[in-house]
Design a protein around this ligand. Structure first.
Ligand code: ADP
Length: 372
């Protein structure tokens, strides 16, 4: 098993005017046995980072280490990694047993009997022992994905690299497979880097998540930390569903005012008063519709989720979403009062998006500087 270390990893595709900086100076450590999820919008450089770790791309600058070994110049075949892709392309003419054992036959000196035994073990772990004589076309999507995983696991690699492995599956199966994959990874204890654009999947699966945007690593941390204490507005906005409510507010003295008559008096411990404007973030679960709320919004749509309702409201032309109790059913067109705790407010710099106050953080130095 191995710790993975990326130091200032940069990957530029092409040269001159046509070049694309896909990954820029990413430094990141994945601890031994950890499940790290790389997450971010399409094109942010997740797959490129993964492909660099796999040895499928030459890096432009920076180093990659597995444990003490610098593998930057190693070929993919010398790195002892196993990859699982979205497109799991099983060999259609081979049985499940042959598909799982094929890599071992090619790349190891194991005897047929040893391969047979390893395949049996892996099939047992994945619960597909009864499928070993079937051909891929006889299998469901979930079963095919298990075979693809089996192909990776059977090699007993130092590192697993997974690129959107569940995105071909339907929602229910995907959620089942998430749990299964997590349990499996924990059981095998193999250091894993998992790429997804789906923040829900990232939050659910990662020991830690690494959020990327525009080739740049924005933040790395346990899911709850990234959610409660995002480094910047991008992270706050990307992580969480429904998304955090964000708007620009004017600051005057202790009062912040925003769209649709939004006004709130900040407490002395939130020292932002010398700023003229600030970006305000409120998570949907932190908004409460209460009769004595001091702010008001117009209800546009209420979506029942069963265990809760999503209430979409408007503050002028800004959407404001609240997650409310299922028995609370305001109607479209209602004007409702709402409130929130100051502790749940997020505040960001209007220019660079840096977090000035989050749900768990004390105000940062630069926020305090605003007062001086
Ligand atoms: P993600 O996995 O986050 O969707 P990628 O790592 O695939 O992002 O891509 C990052 C950026 O690099 C994108 O702008 C993409 O267009 C570009 N890119 C990826 N692969 C290549 C390539 N082989 N040649 C040129 N540009 C590429």
């Amino acid at each position: 098993m191995a710790r993975i270390n990326l130091s200032d990893l940069t990957k530029v595709y092409g040269t001159g005017g046509d070049s694309v900086v896909a990954v820029e100076e990413v430094s990141l450590s994945v601890t031994d046995g950890e499940f790290l999820v790389l997450v971010g919008p399409s094109g942010c450089g997740k797959s490129t980072t993964l492909r660099c770790i796999a040895g499928l791309e030459d890096v432009t600058e920076g180093r990659i280490q597995f444990g003490e070994r610098d593998v930057t110049e190693y070929q993919a075949s010398e790195r002892d990694v196993a990859m699982v892709f979205q497109n799991y392309a099983l060999y259609p003419h081979m049985t499940v047993r042959e598909n799982i054992g094929f890599g071992l036959k090619l790349s190891t000196s194991l005897s047929s009997a040893e391969i047979h035994e390893r395949v049996d073990d892996v099939a047992g772990t994945l619960g597909i022992s009864e499928l070993l004589s079937d051909k891929p076309k006889e299998l469901s999507g979930g079963q095919q994905q298990r075979v693809a995983l089996g192909r990776a696991i059977v090699r007993e690699p130092e590192v697993f690299l997974m690129d959107e492995p569940l995105s071909n599956l339907d929602a229910k199966l995907r959620s089942d497979m998430r749990t299964e994959l997590q349990e499996l990874q924990e059981h095998l204890g193999v250091t894993t880097v998992y790429v997804t654009h789906d923040q829900t999947e990232a939050m659910a699966m990662g020991d830690r998540i690494a959020v990327m945007d525009g080739g740049i690593l924005q933040q790395v941390g346990p899911p709850e930390e990234v959610y409660l204490d995002p480094a910047n507005e991008f992270v706050a906005d990307f992580i969480g569903s429904p998304s955090i409510n964000l708007f620009t507010a004017d600051v005057e003295g202790a009062t912040i005012t925003g769209p649709g008559g939004f006004a709130y008096e900040l407490d002395d411990s939130t020292p932002l008063r010398d700023r003229k404007r600030v970006r305000v973030g409120i998570r949907p679960e932190d908004i409460r519709l209460v009769a004595d709320g001091t702010n008001h919004a117009d209800v546009a749509v209420v979506e029942p989720m069963g265990n809760e309702n999503f209430c979409y409201m408007r503050l002028d032309d800004h959407e404001l979403t609240a997650r409310i109790a299922p028995e609370q059913r305001p109607e479209a067109g209602d004007r409702v009062a709402f409130s929130f705790e100051e502790g749940s407010l997020y505040l960001f710099d209007v220019d660079d998006g840096e977090a000035l106050k989050t749900k768990t953080s004390e105000p940062t130095e630069s926020a305090v500087e605003g007062v001086r």
